[in-house]
Design a binder for this molecule. Structure first.
Ligand code: CA
Length: 227
């Protein structure tokens, strides 16, 4: 069981994440502003802190800076969409990872598992898959094609991961949507077609490989044989 501190002023988000974490067997403490979050983080020992950036009283980056003067508790920052500066300053200030709002809960949970695993101290073998020169590193959240780094959005990454994990198995759009957008996503299933198109632009077209195959009327598959 891990002990997680959530510092988030949006009560509904904090509650939602708390329930998911409890469901996964963790112990959760919440704080709704930066100052009380920092106090708790300094006072008690947590295995992980989920820290929102936009917080009343003391913003998340300041909380992180002050925390790092004393402790190395792993921190995942919750940043606003496209707040590039927050991400950069956050990583500079000693965040271990960040996730952009709005996030799919499955992705947040996956990042939390990685952060907790690292904290466990056991040497974690690099968790990667490689097909046709496309290499996806789950722990580092990185994709390279023929050794070149490819920048993917979170959802593109999750889609590629789902397809690579299930190589040679045709996945339908509903299954992919669950994996990529989270079970609570409400929207059109053709969103998956859109992300496939983005991935093909960034990988297939750019590097002249045929990675993702369309299975008409069903969904998509990545095959690892060259045919
Ligand atoms: Ca906030």
């Amino acid at each position: 069981m891990s002990k997680v501190l959530i510092v988030e002023d949006e009560v509904k988000i904090a509650r939602f994440v708390e329930l998911e974490l409890i469901h996964e067997g963790n112990e959760v403490v919440k704080a709704f502003d930066g100052r009380s979050g920092l106090e708790l983080a300094l006072e008690k020992d947590f295995d992980l802190i989920l820290l929102d950036v936009m917080l009343p009283k003391l913003n998340g980056l300041e909380v992180l800076r002050r925390l790092r003067l004393e402790k190395e508790t792993p921190v995942i920052l919750l940043t606003a969409r496209d707040a590039v500066m927050d991400k950069v300053s956050g990583l500079d200030a000693g965040a271990d990872d960040y996730i952009t709002k709005p996030f799919a809960i499955e992705e947040l949970l996956a990042r939390i598992r990685v952060a907790l695993k690292k904290r466990g101290g056991s040497p974690v073998a690099n968790n990667f898959m490689e097909i046709k020169g496309v290499r996806l590193d789950e722990d580092r959240h990185e994709v390279t094609v023929q050794g070149n780094s490819v920048v993917l959005t979170n959802r593109e990454f999750e889609l590629l991961k789902a397809l690579m994990k299930n190589k040679n198995i045709v996945l339908d759009r509903d299954k992919l949507m669950n994996d990529v957008c989270g079970y609570d996503y409400v929207g059109e299933t053709n969103i998956i077609d859109v992300y496939v198109r983005y991935l093909r632009t960034k990988i297939d077209d750019r590097y002249g490989i045929k990675l993702i195959s369309t299975v008409r009327g069903v969904g998509y598959v990545i095959k690892d044989n060259v045919s």
